[in-house]
Design a protein around this ligand. Structure first.
Ligand code: FES
Length: 516
């Protein structure tokens, strides 16, 4: 089996029974904020794209690159489709010209021609990717690989059941806007970033430990930020609170916890797994150490190459003819009417401050969840406030974007302030700005709320429900208790055990009692 690194979460897996290209991403994503790091645009995509199977794990734009798929990927390739609740991924791929689809069943092994076996595990909660994220397991000739991608399953049991995995590809770096965009003092931001960076690594070690593969491939990040406005987010400034550590930092941190089996691939690196998957040989286009020693130079050169691309994108965002308040009213108010769980979860008005083109004026608009209205800000107290250039919202309206997480928020081109805890419902709602998605998410929360998870486990002096109230991680694996606080390592949420209160997000009480 041969694995070619093609950048970010992308790879090409070649076997004697066929080839699979995963998540090819080249063009900038999220308002031209994210670019693949290292640069993969100079690879021979004509050849790489000539494959038997295509796997697009989910619709996040650093995994689903419509322009690239359209131009370079063989339309005769069979798409290995995760089992998602909405048909959006299939619809978008059909629009690009793909016609052959294998609709997989989540957690079921599918046998393809030549003895190639695949299994896709689909995660479908409203907080998984753009309503859906997935991992791909592949087996051929006794060699098994798991491309976990950036998915965060509660555990890896299903993959372990299928036999020892030889190569495990997974995310280790950040892919979010927290804490950088928050209007906080610099030292607080650094402290939160540091915590986040540590938590990302802890989660990664846990998954690695769970699967115990022969080889571990750190993938799916970090992206790089080439616009001058965002340049500070690259991890080249010695900021210990930066949440985007690169693969060389991964190697250092992994060595500290005893990890010796990591394989870092650059775009164009090729790893051949042999001897039943227990031996590897990897070749790189440039020696790894040398590449990372020159990271700043690589980024600076890439920034110059990509400048025209960024400028062209920026020039397309302004639509002064759009009446933002009127359009948001028309789009969002019907959804507020239908929303029960998310509206209740947000629980208050959310304010958007839109900065005019010349930066002189601010128009404040409120999405009032209890009042089910979109209206001008009325000098009231809000728990969440976002501030961004007006043209970003104009563009979202212009292209009729139904997922503001997969566009605006991941762009990091905004600042935010909040009073109190993180509220996942705010972001869940703004990724569901379509009837189909809203209905799905509301239904999911409805079932989730009603599901009684009766099983308990013991933590020292405490008896606690086994499944995390957030997204049901098994707390016997992901939980640890310090004092009276239980932390779930999957997303780092904390719970005060005496009161059951969640210290991280709104709602999500945990059932806990002290043993007598
Ligand atoms: S499942 Fe998300 S913090 Fe536990």
């Amino acid at each position: 089996m041969r694995i070619t690194g093609t950048g970010h979460a992308s790879m090409r897996i070649d076997t004697a029974a066929g080839s699979i290209l995963c998540d090819p991403w080249v063009n900038p994503a999220y308002f031209a904020s994210w670019f693949p790091f290292p640069d993969n645009s100079l690879l021979d995509w004509e050849t790489l794209g000539d494959v038997d199977y295509l796997y697009v794990s989910h619709l996040h734009r650093d995994h689903f690159d419509a322009e690239h798929l359209k131009r370079f990927i063989n339309k005769k390739a069979t798409v290995l489709l995760p089992e998602y609740p909405t048909s959006q991924l299939e619809d978008e791929l059909r629009d690009l010209g793909f016609t052959s689809f294998l609709r997989t069943k989540s957690d079921e092994v599918h046998e393809l021609d030549g003895g190639l076996k695949v299994m896709i595990q689909a995660l479908i909660s409203p907080t998984d990717g753009p309503i859906g994220d997935s991992s791909l397991w592949v087996e051929h000739d006794g060699i098994r690989v798991l491309n976990q991608n950036d998915a965060r399953p509660a555990d890896l049991t299903r993959f372990n059941e299928l036999g020892h995995v030889h190569a495990h590809m997974l995310q280790f770096s950040g892919a979010i806007w927290y804490p950088m965009v928050y209007e906080l003092p610099e030292n607080a931001k650094t402290a939160f970033g540091k915590q986040k960076r540590e938590r990302q690594f802890d989660r990664t070690w846990r998954y690695i430990e769970d699967l115990k593969a022969d080889f571990v491939f750190p993938i799916a990040g970090p992206p790089c930020f080439l616009d001058d406005d965002l340049w500070q987010f690259n991890d080249i400034h010695g900021d210990e609170g930066n949440i985007f550590p690169d693969q060389s930092v991964f190697l250092t941190e992994y060595a500290k916890v005893g990890g010796t089996n990591a394989i870092v691939q650059l775009p164009g690196s090729v790893t051949v797994l042999s001897d039943g998957g227990t031996t590897e040989t990897t070749t790189h286009p440039t020696p790894i150490d040398e590449f990372f020693a020159n990271k700043r130079q690589h980024l600076e050169e890439m920034r110059e190459r990509k400048r025209p691309v960024i400028e062209a994108e920026k020039a397309s965002w302004r639509h002064p003819e759009v009446d933002v308040l009127k359009e948001l009213k028309a789009r969002i108010e019907p959804l507020l009417e239908e929303s029960i769980y998310m509206a209740k979860g947000v629980g208050g008005p959310v304010r958007f401050d839109l900065v005019s083109y010349d930066g002189d004026e601010i128009e404040s608009i409120v999405v009032d969840f209890p009042g089910k209205q979109v209206r001008a800000y009325a000098d009231e107290k809000v728990r969440y406030r976002f501030k961004m250039q007006r043209e970003l919202i104009e563009h979202l309206i212009f292209i009729d974007e139904g997922d503001w997480v997969n566009s605006l928020f991941l762009s990091c081109r905004f600042s935010a302030a909040r009073i109190g805890q993180y509220n996942e419902f705010v972001y869940a709602f703004f990724k569901c700005l379509s009837e189909e998605r809203l209905q799905y998410a509301e239904g999911w929360y409805d079932e989730h709320e009603k599901a009684v998870d009766a099983e308990d486990i013991e933590f020292g002096d405490w008896t606690v429900q086994r499944r995390c109230p957030h997204l049901k991680a098994d707390l016997s694996r992901f939980g640890f208790v310090e004092g009276n606080v239980l932390t779930c390592q999957l997303h780092g949420w904390k719970f005060d055990l005496p009161s059951g209160r969640c210290l991280t997000g709104v709602g999500h009480k945990i059932r806990a009692s002290k043993n007598s």
